[in-house]
Design a protein around this ligand. Sequence first.
Ligand SMILES: NC(=O)c1ccc[n+]([C@@H]2O[C@H](COP(=O)([O-])OP(=O)(O)OC[C@H]3O[C@@H](n4cnc5c(N)ncnc54)[C@H](OP(=O)(O)O)[C@@H]3O)[C@@H](O)[C@H]2O)c1
Length: 342
Amino acid sequence: MHVNYSIDRLATAARLALDLAWAKTGATAPNPPVGCVLLDAAGDIVAAAAHERAGAAHAEAAAIAICRARGQLDRIHTAVVTLEPCSHTGRTPPCVDALLTTGAKIILLGAPDPHPRAPGRGLEILKAAGRHVLMFSDLEHGEARDFARSATRLIEPFACAVTRARPFVTVKTALTAEGSMIPPLGQKTFTSDISLNHAHTLRRRADAILTGSGCILADDPSFTVRRVPNHPEKQQILAILDRRHRVPDAYFERARKRGLQPLRYDSLHAAMEGLGARGVLEVLVEAGPTLRRAVLAEGLWDEEVVFQQANTAGAPDKMHILRCDGAIPFSYEAPTSLERVQ
Ligand SMILES: NC(=O)c1ccc[n+]([C@@H]2O[C@H](COP(=O)([O-])OP(=O)(O)OC[C@H]3O[C@@H](n4cnc5c(N)ncnc54)[C@H](OP(=O)(O)O)[C@@H]3O)[C@@H](O)[C@H]2O)c1
């Protein structure tokens, strides 16, 4: 590949495309979050955009539209996209067509499209049109592997939904220093502000929260995103497992007033199926020990994020990320001020 600019320019673009896309996790379902950065022949950024929400322009189309509006379509030399461009017509036209209307000679992609409807077709069409297509992992740059991992992890909920017909399931668990999930008497939370902020980031990232009647009856939790800015106009689903209908109607009413969409389910499988059918990509389990145990025992989870209170006053909480498939966890948002334990 011959370019007139340093590979660092491509790395900067990949980093920005990933940042833009990660900022939209939890806003785009049933579509995946995607970021796109367009560079000129000198490696300068001409436009950058993300897919904002289902029905809105895809990231590539949005970035190209910015160039068009500024009269700078001719400047496009390189397109950096976190996901292989789609080759099918959905609510919006195919992104490969949009890219082919530009003079982009180099197309750098983060991850292949995991959708089984046309694997690799976007890539093949671009190559057949004479564009130089390469993946983040092909970049001769020290961060190439991290970019590729980030791009793959970014779309893992989408990949799970389209290949396994169920949402990606993240379990969030808070433990006291002694290892109990039950808060001290009179408290609802016990972990540090940093842990709680991160828990709200996980909540914003999810399309649905799954909880049990026990958690609701004990804590009357609000389940809203408060500690970090939420996506505007997002209506998050609150799935409540409550076979005995112990959760009062008044709780459902209050949840609706808080902007949530509360739904009662009778089994875990019904919940996963129902949420999948509603286009949910990621479910965050925020439940007490009974439901957490059931989710883990049934293998209906993908990642667990455990926050454990420090046993020395003033020390940071510990954060572990566990994977059901045993893979090495990747976290885009985890704060560095928590002690990471692998
Ligand atoms: N540390 C943390 O991360 C954390 C998070 C949340 C809550 N909590 C604490 O957890 C405590 C409540 O614990 P909990 O265990 O009662 O709450 P839970 O796990 O949230 O709720 C348990 C209830 O969920 C329902 N359920 C429906 N389907 C189920 C299934 N397949 N398997 C298991 N349960 C199912 C059951 O009620 P039905 O039989 O009526 O369906 C069950 O009694 C509170 O003290 C709360 O503060 C801690």
